[in-house]
Design a protein. Structure first.
Lengths: 350, 307
């Protein structure tokens, strides 16, 4: 009997060891990180003074926005909409290579496909392997001074704190570790209860001041609603041939020109009539009825519209963990990081 | 050899394992008194496996997949459009090497698990069903070594199956389409020599992907003497794992499913090459191998061999 028991031992021990290992790894990562004490002001200065422009790393983006999963099949318009939404709401692995200010490459990795954005001097390439298309554009010669005029890191930190102070509490969280590097964590907490945002935390590399992770927590969710974080990071210069891109044979290449800007610095053709009520976290953006009637009609006709929104008093509302949108029966649109009730109140006021 | 000797052996193996070749092989399979005998078992297992007509039928069926794809695309009058059909299909007409990649993508969800399930499910149960298991155990190598040999046989078949798909795909591509420098997912182009290297890497990735399933098949095979049952259970489990992997409600479970990284070999077609999924996949498959290897050992070492 005991021999039998002995022979079953590995079958019990192996899963036990695996479970122990799985449990131990996060514990280790959560161990206290010891760093010199700093004030939020110091950390802001550190971040503002960061001069890192050569690195390569992998960024993991996850979103838990509380939106229903949108099927990527279906008609073309729906698929296109789902694609655009997916960039914002889906989970992505992105590889980033940066070599000085003029060379960079961003790779958004999807299953079996990849989207690439490559900047090499004035050349900007966009390549999408899903439909084998490449777009090229030439960047205008940069005449502007790169460094923000007249601001030292400490002045920038001051300005930022002064700007956000009335609406936001800026504190330092527990020191943390991101992508194997120690980091300070700045936590921005809204002073108002009238927003869906719980807090925004930014992990700042303790050595270089590079932001390593940004997380947005919603009030009523356990998981961060948005998390963008490095999972690996190296400050070595990436290989130079990575930035030399020529469109592959057989790809459809288009030459694009950048949208010109008018005197005020706004892109041409921007819809006017958008108003923002309030400032800070509980601001509400409203679009008057008929601002873009054609797009509106197309939107409300889409089967996704009724799927995504719920009927509420005075219209239909979409509520996600971080954002609410209210489309009133008379065609006005209200949106903000606030509960739907506040949008309804804003709609009633106008 | 009579029944009596076998059951005697079986009893002595269980009652006094401190003495006798079976026990020493349990602690150190290669350190048994007659290592030549142990290696002979491996050689004979592989010879038997690759002399079976069934093995060749399975490999031929796998080779047919990329060939069918290539012929269908060649004969079709319309150009495949991007985004329709399996990934990379639209690239096939431009570069024949993509036949191999498309062939793998099509084979991974069903055909490869099917063939691996047949071979892995048959390992122990097949011998038991034929009544040859006791003769194998009468060889002085012991039960652990027999289990290891059977698993190695299944793993070699995984490699052979994957290489068959890749080789048939490359040959079909060479025969029917132009072959040249390969465009990677990142838009970069690599030389023909490097393309073959990447194809081999992908074959390695897919082989590793199937090791976990082979271990599961080996365990199921120790549970029964009806090999069809073990085969079916293995294949069904591979389908169940893939169904679970596609349900967003179970996303906490996904990284633990052996099929989770099956299609991530595309990471080997990026520039610079991304080995993250290769590592994660190898770790996961290693975990399955340890767990189900230990389970198979527990079952097989304590089992009464009656046939």
């Amino acid at each position: 009997m005991s021999r039998t028991w002995l022979k079953w031992m590995p079958a019990v021990a192996v899963p036990a060891v695996i479970v122990a290992g799985v449990l131990a790894v996060p514990l280790q990562a959560g161990a206290a990180v010891d760093l010199p004490d700093k004030t939020p002001q110091d950390v802001l200065e550190l971040a503002a003074g960061s001069t890192v422009d050569t690195f390569s790393g992998t960024i993991e983006q996850t979103s838990e926005l509380g939106l229903p999963e949108i099927p990527s099949t279906g008609d073309a318009a729906t698929a296109e909409f789902a694609d655009a939404l997916d960039l914002l709401t889906g989970s992505h692995t992105v590889r980033v290579y940066q070599n000085g200010p003029d060379q960079s490459r961003v790779q958004v990795q999807d299953t079996m496909t990849e989207r690439n954005l490559i900047q090499n001097g004035a050349d900007l390439w966009l390549y999408d392997s899903a439909d084998n298309t490449a777009a090229h554009t030439t960047l205008p010669a940069d005449t502007g001074d790169r460094s923000a005029p007249g601001y030292t890191p400490s002045e920038m930190a001051d300005t930022f704190l002064a700007e956000v102070a009335p609406s936001t509490e800026v504190t330092l969280g527990e020191n943390t570790e991101v992508a194997g590097r120690t980091a300070y964590e700045l936590v921005l907490t809204p002073n108002t209860d009238d927003t869906l945002v719980g807090s925004v935390s930014i992990a700042v590399d303790s050595e270089t001041g590079l932001p390593l992770r940004v997380q947005v927590e919603a009030l009523e969710a356990a998981e961060p609603a948005i998390s963008v974080a490095f999972t690996s990071l190296s400050f070595d210069a990436p290989p130079a041939d990575l930035f030399v891109f020529t469109a592959p044979a057989g790809a459809t290449v288009t030459e694009e020109s950048l949208p010109t800007k008018d005197a005020a610095g706004h892109p041409e053709g921007e819809t006017s009539g958008v108003t923002v009520t309030g400032s800070g976290w509980d601001a509400v953006v409203s679009v008057p009825a008929g601002a873009d009637a054609a797009a509106m009609a197309e939107l409300t006709a889409s089967p996704l519209y009724s799927q995504l929104t719920d009927a509420v008093d005075g219209g239909r509302a979409l509520s996600a963990t971080l954002m609410s949108v209210l489309i009133t029966d008379d065609g006005r649109v209200f949106a903000g990081s606030v509960p739907v009730e506040r949008l309804q109140a804003a709609a009633a006021q106008e | 050899m009579s029944d009596k000797t076998v059951s005697d052996r079986s009893v002595s193996d269980r009652a006094a394992p401190e003495s006798g070749p079976a026990a020493s092989s349990a602690t150190a399979p290669t350190g048994s008194p007659r290592p030549g005998g142990a290696w002979a078992l491996l050689v004979s297992e592989l010879t038997v496996l690759f002399r079976r007509r069934r093995t060749w039928a399975l490999l031929l069926a796998l080779a047919a997949v990329p060939v069918l794809i290539a012929v269908a695309v060649r004969l079709s009058s319309q150009e495949p459009t991007p985004g329709r059909g399996p990934p990379f299909l639209d690239q096939v007409t431009q570069n024949g090497l993509f036949v191999a990649v498309t062939g793998l993508i099509v084979s991974i969800p069903l055909f490869l698990p099917l063939t691996v399930g047949v071979v892995a499910g048959d390992t122990i149960a097949g011998e038991a069903g034929l009544g040859t298991l006791r003769y194998l155990l009468a060889a002085p190598a012991g039960r652990v070594w027999l289990l290891v040999v059977k698993y190695i046989g299944a793993a070699v078949f995984c490699l052979a199956a994957t290489l068959t798909v890749v080789t048939a795909g490359v040959l079909a591509g060479l025969a029917l389409f132009p072959v040249g420098p390969l465009t990677l997912l990142s838009g970069d182009t690599i030389s023909l020599a490097e393309s073959f290297l990447r194809a081999l890497l992908i074959a390695g990735y897919v082989t590793v992907s199937l090791l976990g399933l082979s271990a599961i098949g080996l365990f199921f095979s120790t549970l029964t003497v009806v090999s069809v049952g073990a085969m079916a259970a293995t294949i069904v489990l591979s389908v169940v794992a893939q169904v679970l992997d596609s349900l967003p409600q179970l996303d906490w479970l996904h990284p633990w499913l052996f099929s989770h990284y099956w299609l991530d070999f595309a990471d080997l077609l990026r520039q610079p090459i991304d080995f993250t999924s290769f590592g994660a996949n190898a770790l996961l498959q290693g975990g399955y191998l340890l767990v189900f290897g230990a389970l198979a050992y527990g079952r097989f070492a304590t089992k009464d061999i009656l046939s």
